[in-house]
Design a protein around this ligand. Structure first.
Ligand code: MG
Ligand code: ZN
Length: 220
């Protein structure tokens, strides 16, 4: 019972800072995406494909929640700003980490910011970052039971991307069961089936995200 009373004020402080970040992003007209998934689901691969497709149209930057700059270095090869938000080994990004990373970016010159959260399907959804869109990636090799095991992540997503669709031919993956779980938890979620490796389905996701950024820019 004592733990409850400790955790609530921490979440509130985080959410307050997230609101400030959100206002800052809106002030600069930057549409921000929070990408969450378990380790190895293909967050960085999907981000790379997204940046490749949209960097000419939108000035794009990436924040990587990590302790080593392996993924940051992969993003930097695409010649877009990439900042590591050092998580110090934490299991999620929080608003303080994102705020620190944001201070290293020139927000006024950006249109699109992609934040790669820590690989974890338990708690990242509980920590608001001030972003506009929650994207959760699941992948075929992880199995079709993920929505049933991690309902919080699937409930909080606005976009659900099923990655590694190329494995659908070889793995025993019950797509119907997976989709049923997703729909039960989150009937309005935008659903994409993609393979970041082969490029299958990526165009649908890209053109949808493109529309979101354009719509956002009309509003701000
Ligand atoms: Mg990664
Ligand atoms: Zn955590």
């Amino acid at each position: 019972m004592k733990k409850v009373s400790i955790q609530k004020p921490i979440l509130n402080a985080n959410d307050r800072l997230a609101q400030k970040i959100s206002a800052k992003l809106d002030g600069a007209g930057v549409f921000a995406v929070n990408v969450m998934a378990s380790p190895g689901a293909g967050k960085t691969s999907l981000i790379l494909a997204t940046v490749r497709a949209l960097k000419k149209k939108f000035n794009t930057a990436v924040i990587e929640g990590d302790v080593v700059p392996v993924d940051v270095d992969r993003i930097k090869k695409l010649k877009v700003p990439a900042i590591m938000a050092n998580t110090g080994g934490a299991c999620h990004l929080d608003a303080v980490m994102v705020q620190k990373a944001l201070s290293k970016l020139r927000l006024q010159s950006l249109d699109l910011l992609i934040v790669e959260n820590v690989g974890n399907l338990i708690c990242p959804m509980n920590f608001k970052l001030g972003t506009h869109l929650n994207v959760v990636i699941a992948s075929v090799p992880e199995g079709a039971d993920k929505p049933y095991k991690y309902p919080g992540m699937f409930k909080g997503a606005q976009v659900l991307i099923l990655n590694k669709a190329d494995y659908l031919k070889t793995e025993r993956f019950n797509l119907k069961y997976f989709k049923k779980g997703v729909r039960l938890l989150n009937p309005n979620v935008k659903f994409f089936t993609v393979s970041a490796k082969t490029g299958e389905g990526i165009d649908d996701w890209i053109s949808w995200l493109d529309d979101q950024v354009i719509n956002y820019r009309f509003q701000t």
